[in-house]
Design a protein around this ligand. Structure first.
Ligand code: ADP
Ligand code: GLC
Length: 493
């Protein structure tokens, strides 16, 4: 049995802004189910504490922990430690951004605290009488942990997972000084990145193993186009870098019993999706027409997701017989332009700005086509949810989208592997062509049903990936054994 400390800045259903929360709410449960002791450390955000899912932690011996709350990840036996700190995590709102949409001014302090506490927990210095074999860190918010642990004797092995290389946790040099990080970490072989402090480099330089969330993205980030300035470092560490595809929680995302859906269906009863399509059209105030092809979008309205490509072809799209529904939030300029289109074409185009779990599920259950023309996509979860819910994903051949959606052509229709529509160029024309291809396929119901059924038959559950992580933990432990701590390395000269 392995003991794993999983450190993350969000986990469903405690707190969620995107896919990281779904992964953090799913993978630990799958690892636990394989018989391992995995525990989560997460900031104790006001919302998560107020939900009553965590209580102040009593330490072995009866003393109360000065900083940790404790509970179980709802619906599971996975233990969660919530780092409570009134000033840093007690505020309401988004975990990373203030109401003005800008990062909280003290993010470096907030997540540095998470990393210090993670390091102390990893070294069994918080009175818990528990030391993990592995510390599994996720994204820049946890990046300092491998760097801080590197100096410790008898430390656990470290794994760092990149969910999105574009977010790096970059701060000015003054922040490095203010955080009182060890001086030796100020070097381009450590946390320095072109004169600034980079949290993510702590993970990329010091973790025993680096993973990312799809094999394709693991390849892409070693090149200049997707390397975000870190491709050189990643190439240097390529022996330690691998891609493990995300799974999805097939209990939480199950069209046969999803509590958010007003009607349920399975692969044998696909025609019942018609009822959901009607609900979806009503929810977005679109005409309730069962025959018109309905295209939908759920996600962050940012360039990464290719929303600008969709905006470019809006004039052409609005001349076609189709409907489009968008649920999302993000850059204000995209939100406003989309709202403008909604006013111009209320019978064809509808947008609901904001984060809404119920509408996201209704879209998966009721739309015909799910749009995901991402410029880059480390893994992407929605295209997998779509397939499970009988919606046909239309995606760009990028990152994990390429690993999880099979394009439809004569051959893939014949051999039963077709699950969606995949296009190559990140250009408005390529997206427009792909949508036209989708409309032609939709007009051939026999083929359309086949694509839907193929997608629904796929197994995207966490089990396979959880086993791969366990193999990786093993390798990380072997690598740690051969790696001297920094201090000892210096002594050896
Ligand atoms: P990313 O993490 O890059 O945003 P993913 O596809 O990995 O992309 O995961 C996004 C997750 O967040 C999905 O579960 C999706 O349903 C959810 N999501 C994103 N935006 C919204 C929204 N506006 N309302 C509801 N759910 C959303
Ligand atoms: C990031 C990526 C997304 C991935 C998610 C979970 O948010 O943008 O592609 O699915 O992390 O790993």
């Amino acid at each position: 049995m392995k003991k794993v400390l999983f450190v993350t800045s969000e986990a469903y259903p405690l707190i969620k802004t995107g896919g990281l929360a779904d992964v953090s709410g799913g993978l630990p449960i799958a690892i636990k189910a394989l018989g391992h002791d995995v525990r989560i450390l997460i900031p104790g955000y006001a919302e998560a504490i107020a939900s009553g899912m965590m209580e102040p932690l009593r330490l072995p011996g009866g003393r109360m922990s000065p900083m940790l709350h404790h509970g179980l990840l709802p619906g599971s036996e996975v233990e969660v430690y919530g780092l409570s700190h009134h000033d840093y995590f007690g505020r309401a709102g988004n975990p990373y951004l203030g109401a003005d949409g800008k990062p909280w001014a003290d993010n470096a302090e907030r997540f540095s605290l998470l990393c210090h506490v993670g390091t102390e927990l990893a070294m069994n210095r918080l009175g818990l009488d528990w030391q993990p074999d592995i510390v599994h860190c996720n994204d820049w918010q946890t990046g300092l942990i491998p760097a801080l642990l590197n100096d410790e004797l008898q430390r656990p092995a470290t794994v760092f997972t990149i969910h999105n290389l574009a977010y790096q946790g970059i701060f000015p040099h003054e922040t490095f000084v203010r955080l009182r990080l060890p001086n030796r970490l100020w070097s381009h072989e450590a946390l320095e990145f072109y004169g600034q402090l980079s949290f993510i480099k702590g993970g990329l330089v010091f973790a025993d193993r680096i993973t990312t969330v799809s094999p394709n993205y693991a390849r892409e980030i070693q090149g200049e186009d997707f390397g975000c300035g870190l491709d050189g470092l990643l190439r240097q560490r390529r022996e330690r870098l691998s891609g493990i595809l995300n799974g999805i929680d097939v209990e939480v995302w199950n069209p046969a019993k999803d509590p958010y859906l007003p009607a349920h269906f399975d692969r044998a009863g696909l025609e019942r999706r018609g009822e959901l399509k009607r609900h979806l059209q009503r929810a977005f105030s679109l005409p309730e027409d069962p025959d018109v092809p309905l295209l939908a979008w759920v996600g962050r309205l940012v360039e990464q997701k290719g929303i600008d490509l969709l905006l470019e072809i809006m004039p052409r799209l609005m001349a076609l017989p189709l409907q489009i529904a968008v649920q999302g939030s993000g850059d204000a300029r995209f939100e406003q332009t989309l709202q403008h289109w909604g006013k111009l074409f209320p019978d064809r185009f509808a947008i609901r700005v904001g984060y809404d779990e119920a509408h996201a599920r209704l879209i998966e259950g009721g739309t015909d086509v799910f749009l995901m023309p991402s410029r880059f996509e480390p893994c992407g979860l929605n295209q997998m949810y779509s397939q499970r819910y009988g919606a046909v994903p239309l995606v760009r051949r990028a990152g994990g989208l390429a690993d999880t959606v099979v394009d439809t052509n004569d051959e893939t229709l014949r051999d039963g592997t077709a699950t969606g529509i995949v296009f190559d160029d990140a250009s408005p024309d390529a997206l427009f062509d792909a949508i036209q291809r989708a409309l032609r396929l939709y007009a051939t119901p026999v083929d359309w049903r086949k694509i839907q059924a193929n997608g629904m038959a796929k197994d995207f559950s966490w089990q396979v990936s959880a086993r791969q992580y366990l193999e990786l933990y093993e390798l990380a432990e072997q690598d740690r054994a051969t790696c001297l701590p920094h201090a000892a390395r210096r002594a050896h000269g």
